[in-house]
Design a protein around this ligand. Structure first.
Ligand code: DON
Length: 528
């Protein structure tokens, strides 16, 4: 879990007999109170479940408002107006979180809905002690938005509470109570909907009463691939994550067959995975988008002969020229993730976001929650990079009611139908790297849970040209060797992995040491 409050809430629900989905719903609402940089009811996400021996994937991603249009962020010269998709009233998609939690509860919940909201309401009403990391992030955000042309009302809600002091959110508590009493209608209809629509009208936003009433979370087939002796189950479009992770793992094995064993976090390991990443991200930019609007060529992207030929292009020694890596078929941070396994053998891997830290910076007046800036995940203009440096074209162009492409990759590995690994992370496009690297750490390098999450990671995504982002704990000589090879090395700590792994010693859980997460295993669960 990304914080202690959510970890305690999840445990409390499971101690009361709840299953992994019950715990996930309660944790999600708790994070909406205690982890406002990413936890939310004003955003969206994906929940991957393994319940009663069956996998399922819940898409509660935001949608573009019906009044959105392809060129809505372009000026008269046809250029993207900077910051418009990121800050303020026009940055938000129609939130999906409450519909998602409601749908998850309808299908799999075993405890009463009201009980799952109760802990979050208490935290909002009575307050919680402001963690130092949250306080620092609030301060950092305020100083960065104060320099922007687009003004946000963030400070009205988040100013003034210092580390260790109680942070109380009475408006949010009332909103959560309406959700507790009325289910999804407590958000998409009635008083909460009115607050949202009034706020939109007052600030010239786009989300309408009809947009809210029409929002639906969707159950989809997860991306399921066989990798070694494992079944890898991960996010399907509108996330790019599941396809990207499957491509990365499959190509790694093909390249390894040529190169022989590669040492963990050596310059060769990083080079080979960057080479693969170039190809994964070229495909992502061209072929991935909302499957309800664009026919994503899933099977073609995962076909064995396609992956053979893509992997064959990987140069073991040198960097391939970025311009030559084309799509291959025929022609700050914040999001948060949690992983749960219950004592019944079920699992939930859930990634949720309002996109960047604190989303659009706009708090719905009277309802007390932050709205997302997920619209920035669309391609505002073909070939122009978004906040994560990701480019796209038609597949991810803005259209009314369409879901924007995501990198969120909640993932579960099964071995003979038993849980081997539950993993996921925030980090925009770097999510894909954090997740596939956690899989390699667990399987290829047989690491303990804590080592899986704390090992230095790296990320390459085709653009910027030959740039590798890396955790500053990566060995200096490896960084130097990669620079000598021609890579532009940029240090930065991305991601916040939350993993549960079934090792020879039993179930282990871990949360990254450098953040404010918490991982717990009870004796009842460890026997899975
Ligand atoms: O859906 C996505 O891919 C992004 N909106 C996720 C944003 C994110 O992870 C920010 N975190 N650091």
């Amino acid at each position: 879990m990304p914080d202690q409050f959510a970890a305690d809430v999840a445990m409390q629900i499971m101690d009361a007999g709840g299953n992994a989905v019950d715990a996930a719903i309660a944790a999600q609402f708790s994070l909406a109170v205690t982890y406002p940089e990413a936890g939310n009811i004003g955003g969206g996400g994906f929940m991957l479940t393994y319940m009663d021996g069956k996998t399922n994937f819940l898409d509660y991603r935001e949608t573009a408002p019906s009044g959105a249009s392809r060129d809505m962020y372009l000026n008269e010269q046809g250029e993207v107006v900077s910051d418009l998709p990121v800050y303020g009233i026009l940055a938000s998609g129609v939130p999906g979180t409450v519909a998602g939690m409601w749908a998850a509860h309808q299908k799999y919940g075993s405890l009463p809905w009201e009980d799952l909201l109760a802990p979050a309401i208490k935290l909002a009403e009575e307050g919680f002690e402001m963690p130092s990391q949250l306080f620092e992030r609030i301060e950092g955000y305020q100083s960065s938005v104060s320099e922007k042309d687009i003004k946000v009302n963030f400070a009205d809600y988040f100013d003034g509470v210092k580390t260790g002091e109680k942070f109380v959110q009475p408006e949010l508590a009332s909103t959560l109570k309406r959700i507790q009493m009325q289910g999804a209608d407590g958000f998409y209809k009635g008083e909460t909907a009115k607050h949202i629509v009034d706020f939109m009208n007052a600030k010239n936003g786009l989300i309408t009463e009809q947009d809210l009433a029409a929002y639906n979370a969707k159950w989809r087939e997860p991306i399921i691939t066989q990798w070694r002796e494992f079944t890898v189950v991960s996010a399907s479009p509108p996330s790019s994550g599941g396809i990207a992770i499957a491509q990365w793992l499959q190509m790694y094995d093909r390249v390894k067959a040529r190169s022989g064993k590669i040492e963990h976090n050596s310059q060769q390991y990083i080079h080979v995975l960057a080479e693969i990443g170039k190809r994964v991200f070229a495909d992502r930019a061209e072929y991935l988008g909302d499957p309800d609007f664009y026919d994503v060529p899933k099977s073609a992207l995962l076909a064995a002969d396609y992956l053979d030929s893509r992997a064959a292009e990987v140069n073991l020694e040198e960097i391939s020229n970025t311009e030559n890596v084309k799509p291959g078929l025929d022609e700050s941070h914040d999001t948060t993730h949690f992983s749960i396994v219950d004592s019944f053998g079920n699992a939930v891997s859930n990634t949720t976001t309002i996109n960047l830290s604190f989303g659009s910076g706009m708090v719905v007046e009277g309802a007390g929650f932050l709205l997302n800036n997920e619209m920035d995940d669309f391609s505002a203009k073909s070939g122009v990079a978004n906040s994560f440096g990701a480019v796209g074209g038609d597949a991810n162009a803005i259209a009314p009611n369409k879901r924007m492409l995501s990198s969120m990759s909640p993932t579960i590995l099964l071995e003979d139908d038993k849980i081997k690994l539950v993993t996921g992370s925030p980090g925009g496009t770097t999510i894909i790297s954090s997740v596939y690297l956690s899989i390699l750490n667990a399987i290829e390098f047989d690491m303990s849970a804590q080592k899986i999450v704390d090992s230095p990671r790296f990320h390459h995504q085709l653009l910027p040209k030959d740039m590798i982002y890396y955790h500053d704990t990566l060995a200096d000589d490896v960084v130097t060797a990669l620079q000598e090879k021609g890579y532009v090395m940029r240090a930065g700590n991305f991601g916040d992995l939350q993993v549960i792994v079934n090792t020879k010693k039993g179930l282990e859980a871990a949360s990254e040491s450098r953040n404010r997460g918490s991982a717990e295993v009870t004796p009842a669960e460890s026997g899975i």
